[in-house]
Design a binder for this molecule. Structure first.
Ligand code: GLP
Length: 253
């Protein structure tokens, strides 16, 4: 199904019954991409929405349907000051849910080091690594309740590149239960909006009633920095939005 948005002619929209189906539908697209091009550069997002996708990819790998042997992978973002082994780091999330369970060669796994001494240099180097890999073939995205993509919080520019950002109060409030006494991180390193939009293909995933308002705004309102996900409407390449029926409930059918 194709869907008209405020500023972009068409977005491919796939509406599936539930969160698990969002993962299976995205896994199917990645499977087909890997079948066509085994030396594929994949950009991965974290968050609960992506868990069924990674479970599905691990299943496909274990059944011998796909291999990540020739893949190069980039993780979208990371909390500042968390070492990669920290159990709340986004690197740890990716290791636990995907990287340690499939055959991606270690040297092909790229991530932002939140504990880097010089975060600016770290971010610049990450941009370079993406360029050296030939750019991202498929970028997976979730969406935050306030419309962030990666950790491009409201106020982010369409032209932003990989950089250190301050997390919004809303985001920190949602993270608070996960971080206990130490409190949630104040900063993160994230691929920028322009970095994300330079991927060759984008898959945006969302599930649950709680995401319906932000999805509706992101796809139908005029693109603006106060809702960074709305910049996806300005993306020139193929974009597939996979939603469960709850997340899609406010979109016109
Ligand atoms: C975090 C990540 C985003 C992700 C978002 C959605 O904020 N930085 O990349 O899209 O969470 O998370 P969830 O799927 O848990 O709602």
């Amino acid at each position: 199904m194709e869907f008209s948005t405020y500023s972009r002619k068409k977005i491919s929209l796939l509406i599936v019954p539930g969160p698990h189906d969002v993962g299976s539908a995205a896994a199917e697209i990645i499977k087909n991409t890997l079948k066509k091009k085994s030396r594929c550069v994949l950009g991965f997002a974290t968050g609960s929405t992506t868990v069924p996708l990674y479970r599905e990819l691990v299943g496909l790998y274990k059944r011998g349907v796909i291999s990540f042997r020739d893949c190069i992978c980039f993780t979208l973002d990371e909390y500042r000051h968390l070492p990669p082994i920290h159990r709340r780091s986004l690197r740890h999330f990716m290791e636990k849910n995907l990287f340690s369970r499939v055959d991606i060669p270690r040297e092909n796994i790229h991530y932002l080091n939140g504990a880097a001494d010089d975060p600016e240099r770290e971010c610049r180097a990450y941009g370079e690594e993406i360029r050296r890999a030939g750019g991202i073939d498929v970028q997976i995205l979730g969406i935050g309740f306030n419309g962030h993509i990666g950790y491009n919080e409201p106020g982010s520019s369409r032209l932003s590149r990989t950089r250190m950002v301050m997390l919004s109060e809303e985001t920190r409030a949602r993270l608070r239960p996960l971080f206990g006494q130490t409190g949630p991180p104040r900063y993160a390193l994230t691929m920028g909006v322009a970095t994300i939009l330079s991927a060759k293909r984008i898959l945006l995933l969302a599930a649950g009633r709680d995401k319906s308002r932000v999805i509706d705004k992101a796809l139908r309102e005029k693109p603006a920095g106060d809702l960074p996900a709305s910049f996806l409407q300005t993306y020139p390449g193929p974009i597939t939005v996979i939603l469960d029926t709850q997340a899609a409930r406010l979109l016109p059918h």
